[in-house]
Design a protein around this ligand. Structure first.
Ligand code: HSE
Length: 427
């Protein structure tokens, strides 16, 4: 029998518009392929002209959230406003009224998942968030419904399209960070204030959500180490390229015997790593499960129709199910006390130094590495001008704390003019 569901969309920006378009244009298709008849019963959008231009009937433009949540024809509320201000108020009101919520809001979800979930459970409402992570790539449902047989050992991904666009442009065209950012802004990938993307906050929210699902443990934002791409230079990207590496902003989660490791930072990957060829604004997530082995999902992490695709998949799922499921781990704001985190993680490191080009300098630098129990796997020296040289050192797997100590010592040496950069390498 055809199931019916009425939807309200809060916010008709890029993603709200894409969601509206998919739901209205494909209504008949969903009836045939999914056995659900989904109608848009209300929209909440301050810009009435925008709503009308998308084809929304005037009678469906609501004047307030109260009007939306008291509408008996609305079963599912789609929140695509973003941020944690009105979005949080509206989502909470919808859940309190027993409406199922579908959201694309990673910040809201990463910060307030426990309290939103508690409200949803109380009201037996659904709470869906496929579009919050990696846009159109169905990573949430893969983790929830496709990987149950596995203990997920690691999740590594390019989970922010803006920074991937910037890094790709720097690599392919030799642009500086500033030039690439400007172009990303011109194309609408980066916002006027790009902080959330370039400083890694967006990726941190996503990694917090994804690693919680992957490892069945609450991983709070505060548990995720974060470093953005603002200090990345074209010199390092070019140097890495010569040495066989591609620079990406990776979200990395590992569930090891020593504990959970979760971090977002610029990372060199070998050119033959599948993540190295994920370019422009594309996203990808690589998973390792103990039964299935490796899986990789690739696609668009943003945009009207890709993100709309993820939202509509949640809407259809909600319309087809009468009973909802929630996180299978203790979902609280502090995380589970028993979860151990690895604070001093290990990695390979790429370190670039500007040094005096004189006898004994390299030996002195090597001595600092030896003293800190750091084993060097590769050294490259490029002669410069004015008696200076560039030295690039790649370590074997080393402890982060030992590398930091060595860098401090190197920076204090007379022979070292500057420690230009330290970049982790992921195999
Ligand atoms: N700004 C994000 C990105 C898209 O660049 O990937 C939404 O999270």
């Amino acid at each position: 029998m055809l199931k019916k569901a009425g939807v309200a969309i809060l916010g008709l920006g890029v993603v709200g518009g894409g969601t509206y378009q998919i739901l209205t244009e494909k209504r008949e298709y969903f009836k045939k392929t999914q056995g659900v008849d989904i109608t848009v019963e209300a929209v909440l959008e301050l810009n009435k002209e925008r709503a009308l231009s998308l084809g929304v009937e005037e009678s469906k433009i609501a004047g307030s959230i109260e009007e939306v949540v008291s509408n008996p024809n609305v079963d599912i509320v789609v929140e695509v406003i973003g941020g944690t201000g009105v979005a949080k108020t509206f989502v909470t009101k919808a859940l309190m009224s027993g409406k199922t919520v579908v959201t694309s809001n990673k910040e809201l979800f990463a910060k307030y998942w426990p309290e939103l979930e508690a409200e949803a459970k109380k009201m037996n409402a659904g709470l869906f968030f496929e579009a919050s992570c990696v846009g159109g790539v169905p990573i949430i449902r893969t983790l929830q419904d496709g990987m149950q047989a596995n203990k997920v050992l690691s999740i590594k991904g390019i989970i922010n399209g803006t920074t991937n666009y910037i890094l790709t442009k720097m690599a392919n065209e030799g642009s500086s960070y500033e030039e690439a950012l400007k172009e990303a802004q011109r194309l609408g990938y980066a916002e006027f204030n790009p902080t959330a993307d370039v400083e890694g906050f967006d990726a941190t929210y996503k990694l917090s959500i994804l690693s919680s699902l992957a490892f069945n443990k609450k991983i709070c934002i505060e548990n995720v180490y974060r470093e953005g791409i603002t200090k990345v230079t074209k010199e390092d990207i070019a140097q890495g390229k010569e040495m066989g590496y591609t620079l990406k902003l990776l979200g990395i989660g590992k569930d090891t015997e020593k504990g959970v490791e979760v971090r977002v930072h610029p990372t060199f990957v070998k050119n033959d790593n599948p993540l190295a060829s994920v370019n422009d604004s594309f996203n990808a997530v690589h998973l390792v499960g103990d039964a299935v082995g490796e899986i990789m999902l690739y696609g668009r992490g943003a945009g009207a129709l890709p993100t709309g695709s993820a939202i509509v998949s949640d809407v259809i799922f909600a319309a087809k199910h009468d009973e909802y499921f929630y996180a299978c781990f203790e979902n609280n704001t502090k995380g589970n006390k028993e979860t151990k985190f690895v604070s001093d993680f290990t990695s390979k490191y790429y370190i670039r130094l500007t040094v005096l080009d004189a006898a004994g300098v390299l030996a002195k630098i090597a001595g600092v590495f030896a003293k800190n129990d750091l084993s060097i796997s590769e050294v490259k020296q490029v002669a410069g001008t004015d008696g200076k040289a560039q030295v690039v050192i790649v370590t074997h797997i080393s402890k982060e704390s030992a590398v930091k100590k060595a860098i401090e010592k190197l920076a204090s040496l007379e022979e070292v003019i500057e420690v230009n950069s330290t970049i982790r390498i992921e195999d």
